[in-house]
Design a protein around this ligand. Structure first.
Ligand SMILES: NC(=O)c1ccc[n+]([C@@H]2O[C@H](COP(=O)([O-])OP(=O)(O)OC[C@H]3O[C@@H](n4cnc5c(N)ncnc54)[C@H](OP(=O)(O)O)[C@@H]3O)[C@@H](O)[C@H]2O)c1
Length: 431
């Protein structure tokens, strides 16, 4: 079913409750901070699901107070009357202060706020452990896709080697439309805004910052080491052209905004970049506003989870799942036991797109410069454009610093017209 950030409620997937809820189920009081897209959807969902939840947990969730900037109910009033705070305001402040105050008052907290955790996660998880309360955040990464629970619980015993994710639905929708229809970036963005898949100000989505925050959280959980958003190198999709899509098709590649968190040389590397994927990669077929996360570990080979990454009802469903988990026995994010180095220069394959003078020897000249930096060419497409030609190639993996050095040298060749375009390629195909 397609994700719908502004759209229809998804079909129920739970079977109907057959047993009646206990007549006098104890109330579990939820204080809501924020009543926008997600908070509003949660306020609708809680009473709808209350009987079912009472039947399975013996407690009936109730929204007992709502604080927004404008509704006149103070944070303190909401806090005093609840067992759990659902922080659905977004941003760093006052969200951080409210979450810390709620935990200090002995309340569990559920949040969907990735920026808050990517900036202040260690402080907040430490506070949760200190006060013996739960801080749950399934909806902060990949919406309703249960990747946090899988990393914290199902895969808690696995040694994760790498996580690769499409964790921003807005950019995945835009890139899908560019690939399917030949639309420019600007046209696809406009369509995304029209359909409610992109906000009026889409900056944090299209520049990669939203995905970077989510990858920082996933890396922290997967590798048991502190990861701050400043440790994540990120790049957005604004500079991509319909041309890149067309040439990539010729090379058998599809373009996605990919987050990668991996172990490298005794440290970890966390990044977000547009990247080409071969069709055998599990993320290659994830289209439209969907999110997906692939976890690799020698013991489990690879698992991929996908589903709607955003939307009020969808995100509220993940938040409510966290509320129910907090109603039953405790779970906390343990303190990290190590501090792995962050590695920023990683070996990758690259796509290189050049406009060159159409004369003999130019390809050999480019290949020679690449060779000096240790790069070797895997495949090439060449097209004539009158006096010029377009050279598009995929280069085997080499250190990013060496590829960028090669690109600077290539940009300086007198046969090269304009600025070379470079996009990373993910070579794994899992087949
Ligand atoms: N929307 C999604 O699909 C989605 C998906 C995954 C995660 N999330 C996350 O969920 C959170 C909420 O997102 P949203 O889309 O629901 O936001 P939203 O529609 O903009 O709603 C924000 C709510 O928070 C309130 N608020 C804002 N600043 C506040 C402040 N300083 N003090 C008190 N209340 C304040 C607003 O109240 P006023 O109306 O009075 O200003 C509004 O009720 C964010 O962390 C977001 O990243 C959203």
């Amino acid at each position: 079913m397609p994700a719908s950030p502004s759209g229809a409620r998804p079909e129920r997937i739970c079977s109907p409750v057959t047993s009646s809820p206990p007549a006098a189920a104890k109330a579990f009081r939820v204080g809501l901070l924020g009543h926008g897209t997600v908070g509003g959807a949660l306020a609708t969902l809680v009473p709808e699901r209350a009987d079912h939840i009472a039947a399975i947990t013996g407690m009936r969730p109730e929204i007992t107070g709502i604080h927004t900037r404008s509704n006149g109910t103070s944070f303190e009033e909401v806090l005093a009357g609840c067992d759990l705070v659902a922080e659905l305001i977004g941003g760093l402040e006052p969200a951080r202060t409210y979450v810390l105050q709620a935990m200090a008052a002995g309340k569990h907290v559920v949040t969907a706020n990735k920026q808050l955790l990517a900036h202040h996660g260690e402080e907040l998880w430490a506070a949760a452990r200190r006060h013996g309360v739960q801080l749950r955040f399934e909806a902060a990464v990949a919406g309703v896709v249960p990747v946090i629970r899988v990393l914290q619980e199902s895969l808690a015993g696995a040694h994760v080697d790498r996580i690769t994710g499409i964790v921003n639905g807005t950019t995945n929708f835009i890139l899908t439309r560019m690939a399917e229809t030949g639309a420019t970036y600007a046209e696809a963005l406009e369509e995304a805004q029209h359909l409610g898949y992109a906000e009026a100000d889409p900056s944090d989505d299209v520049n990669g910052k939203d995905a970077a925050a989510k990858m920082a959280i996933l890396a922290r959980l997967a590798f048991d080491t502190p990861v701050h958003i400043d440790d994540v190198l990120y790049e957005g999709i604004e500079h991509l052209t319909a041309d890149d899509m067309a040439y990539a098709r010729d090379l058998g590649l599809g373009l996605k905004l990919i987050g990668t968190a991996e172990r490298v040389d005794g440290g970890i590397s966390v990044s977000v970049h547009p990247a080409f994927l071969y069709s055998g990669h599990p993320l290659a077929s994830v289209n439209g506003p969907f999110n997906a996360v692939t976890v690799e570990s020698a013991a489990i080979t690879e698992i991929t989870m996908s589903g709607p990454g955003a939307g009020g009802p969808q995100t509220a469903s993940a938040v409510l799942g966290d509320v129910i988990s907090a109603m039953i026995p405790p779970a906390s994010t343990p303190e990290t036991t190590q501090s792995l180095p962050i590695v920023q220069d990683v070996k990758r394959a690259f796509y290189l797109h050049l406009e060159v003078a159409d004369r003999p020897g130019v390809l050999a000249q480019v290949a020679q410069v690449l060779g000096i930096q240790g790069a070797s060419v895997k495949s090439v497409v060449q097209k004539g454009l009158g006096e010029n030609a377009r050279l598009v190639m995929v280069v085997h993996p080499l250190l990013e610093s060496r590829m960028l050095a090669a690109v600077e040298l290539i940009a300086g060749l007198d046969s090269v017209r304009g600025r070379p375009r470079v996009i990373r390629v993910i070579e794994e195909q899992f087949q």
